[in-house]
Design a protein around this ligand. Structure first.
Ligand code: NAD
Length: 253
């Protein structure tokens, strides 16, 4: 049965990294469908994004590299029943002067920071928030990985590529283990998308990305958000453990 608007309006979604880019675009789309949305980000600007959405939108500032802050966030959410949809979107990709670091230039601190934000946060949030989804027999976990977790890329740092490949692994395991509870877990792997994160690369890197996609351009945040919205539908209930490429045809098998 396709989801009715009434079904969608009963859902609540927690979206990380929602102060900008793909997370913000996802918050806009899910809010427009009538959902309650909680926007989480380390950037205080997340309050303005939620305020601009109006009723049914809340914001919380949290640094997802910090397990204690994730625990406090989850405790607060669980006191009000948790969420139906978890979008693990926050991510970082450290560069120097617009270019990636070679493996031998990456410090242990930087390596651990990337893994904490890009993978461990998704594990901790999923671990805490799966409980109410299981009880309700319905849930959606949507992880935003990257093309860089799928194939080798000379535009992605080793820590970033490793973290995104790990997020794909986490998604597959979650998708398989929780399908029987009505919970799906899927992973979106964007190619280059026009956001602040992409613009932290040198312009030549973005031009190369545009040239290497069959579409001849980079994507928009909303083109990823539309896939997130689809995965929230009841109609997407048979899609789980999937790795969905949104990359303008960067590699076509
Ligand atoms: N833009 C691209 O080309 C691209 C390509 C592939 C994958 N992605 C992935 O998409 C996701 C969203 O990225 P984006 O392009 O929208 O970038 P963005 O920089 O516009 O947004 C990322 C958001 O995450 C937040 N964030 C970062 N570290 C955080 C932390 N420790 N705690 C809480 N919030 C934190 C930032 O403040 C920011 O608002 C990321 O996981 C990224 O790896 C992006």
């Amino acid at each position: 049965m396709p989801a009715t608007e009434a079904d969608m309006q009963q859902r609540s979604a927690l979206i990380t990294g929602a102060a900008s880019g793909i997370g913000q675009a996802a918050a806009l789309r899910l809010h427009a469908r009538g959902m309650q949305v909680l926007l989480v980000d380390r950037n205080e600007a997340v309050h303005q994004v939620a305020a601009a959405l109006g009723p049914r939108a809340r914001a919380r500032v949290a640094d997802l590299a910090d397990a204690a802050q994730i625990e406090a966030l989850c405790d607060a959410e669980l006191r009000t029943g948790g969420c139906d949809i978890l979008v693990n979107n926050a991510g970082i990709h450290p560069k120097r002067n617009g270019f990636i670091l070679a493996l031998e230039e990456i410090s242990l601190d930087e390596w651990e920071q990337v893994l904490r934000v890009n993978v461990t946060a998704a594990f901790l949030l999923s671990r805490s928030l799966l409980g109410p989804m299981k009880e309700r027999g319905w849930g959606r976990i949507i992880n935003i990985a990257s093309r860089a977790g799928r194939t080798w890329s000379d535009r992605a740092g080793t820590h970033y590529s490793t973290s995104k490949a790990a997020l794909i692994g986490l998604t597959r395991k979650l998708g398989g283990d929780y399908a029987r509870y009505g919970i799906t877990a899927n992973c979106i792997c964007p190619g280059q998308i026009d956001t602040a994160l992409a613009r932290s690369s040198d312009a030549s890197v973005l031009q190369h990305s545009a040239r290497s996609a069959a579409s001849g351009r980079i994507g928009t945040a909303d083109e990823v958000a539309s896939m997130i919205e689809y995965l929230c539908e009841d109609a997407a209930g048979f899609t789980t453990g999937a790795v969905l490429d949104v990359n303008g045809g960067a590699f076509i098998g």
